[in-house]
Ligand binder design. Structure first.
Ligand SMILES: Cc1ncc(COP(=O)(O)O)c(C=O)c1O
Length: 353
């Protein structure tokens, strides 16, 4: 038996969550599987989802090629588009669809692949990628002698879809709708938060990421919003000890016991993807109960207080996150987001069920 830290990915739960996304949104599903499917394994996730979605989204060519090698035949949309004119030839070779978000890309595409469809990105307020309203209308009403890209989908990505304040999404959506009036193309505006929180933000294509992996964008308990967690991060207790009142635990002696304390050491640390910034009291599940993290997270180990949990032994099973502990809750204790934690689970051994 190797080190017990392990990731188990529940592919059936990802399929379930995809059906939830489709039911909520009602349109086509472009499953976002960039960053190794948010740490879940892009090959495995794409193969499992292929019969259930109309397309996939990734960030770059390397990620798209992995999917084609896996036998994925649906459209693959590259959310940042080509990074050079040279890459456009590879898009051609692998039958890939770019998101075009700046004028250089528009020209590279026109020069090489003009008859192949693109997704065009409108900047509605995120101010990260995309053409503004005026540029978009100009681009598409321009009728030069040489061919221009065929816009198949007009898309945008909202900065505040996870806000319950409607005003934060209304203005961007109005901008989008104003531009849509000039086009007879499909639209795509909704990520997980928009799908789950804002029924008025729809479009033809949904682009869910986080919710496919069973995480609610607002950090609510997955089951309460109809989702099933797709990743279980588990390990085992590898040492136990009693310490006296006044003794400290871990690097920097950040935790000092205010009573005799039974400390369990678990084989899992920040090198496995557990957030080093997690604070005391982050929840850890051991043998059916939640116990608090104490002391600083080390590279390969964490420590928890099991004073009142006498049944905990060396070898007891631990869940760091999954069905009993929500990854969003751990992220909150670490001052980060579930997105980041899911993507950082490279080291533990990995299983699919
Ligand atoms: C353009 C775009 N669309 C959709 C998504 C999916 O977002 P989420 O994981 O919040 O559903 C992302 C993720 O970053 C994105 O960049």
């Amino acid at each position: 038996m190797t080190r017990p830290a392990r990731i188990t990915v529940h592919l059936n739960n990802i399929i379930h969550n995809t059906h939830v996304a489709r039911k909520m949104h009602g349109g086509k599903i472009l499953a976002v599987v960039k960053a190794n499917a948010y740490g879940h394994g892009d090959r495995q996730v794409a193969a499992a989802l292929a019969p259930h979605v109309e397309g996939f989204a990734v960030a770059c060519l390397e990620e798209a090629i992995i999917l084609r090698e896996e036998g994925i035949t649906q459209p693959i949309v590259l959310l940042e588009g080509p990074f050079s004119e040279q890459e456009v030839f590879e898009y051609n070779r692998y039958q890939l669809t770019p998101v075009i978000h700046h004028i250089d890309q528009w020209q590279w595409w026109s020069a090489v692949n003009s008859q192949k469809p693109i997704w065009l990105k409108l900047d509605t307020g995120m101010h990260r990628l995309g053409f503004n309203e005026f540029e978009t209308i100009q681009l598409c009403s321009y009728k030069p002698n040489h061919p221009v890209p065929i816009v198949e989908v007009l898309m945008t990505h909202f900065a505040n879809a996870d806000s319950l304040n409607l005003g934060m999404v209304e203005l961007p959506m109005q901008r989008f709708e104003r531009v849509m009036q000039h086009f007879k193309v499909s639209s795509s505006v909704a990520n997980s938060a928009a799908i789950m929180l804002h029924p008025q933000l729809r479009g033809h294509w949904a682009r869910p990421g986080l919710m496919l992996y069973g995480v609610d964008p607002l950090g609510r308990v997955a089951e309460q919003v109809g989702l099933k967690p797709a990743m279980s991060f588990t390990s085992e207790v590898i040492a136990l000890r009693w310490i006296e009142k006044g003794e400290a635990v871990g690097y920097g002696s950040l935790f000092t016991a205010d009573k005799p304390t039974r400390v369990a050491t678990i084989a899992c640390g920040y090198a496995d993807g557990y957030p080093r910034t997690a604070m005391h009291n982050a929840p850890v599940w051991i043998n059916g109960e939640i116990v608090p993290l104490i002391g600083r997270v080390s590279m390969d180990m964490i420590t928890v207080d099991v004073t009142h949990h006498h049944h905990v032994q060396v070898g007891s099973t631990v869940e760091l996150w999954g069905e009993r502990v929500s990854v969003a809750d751990v992220a909150r204790h670490g001052g980060t987001l579930a997105y980041e934690l899911l993507c950082h689970t490279h080291r533990p051994s990995r299983y699919y069920d």
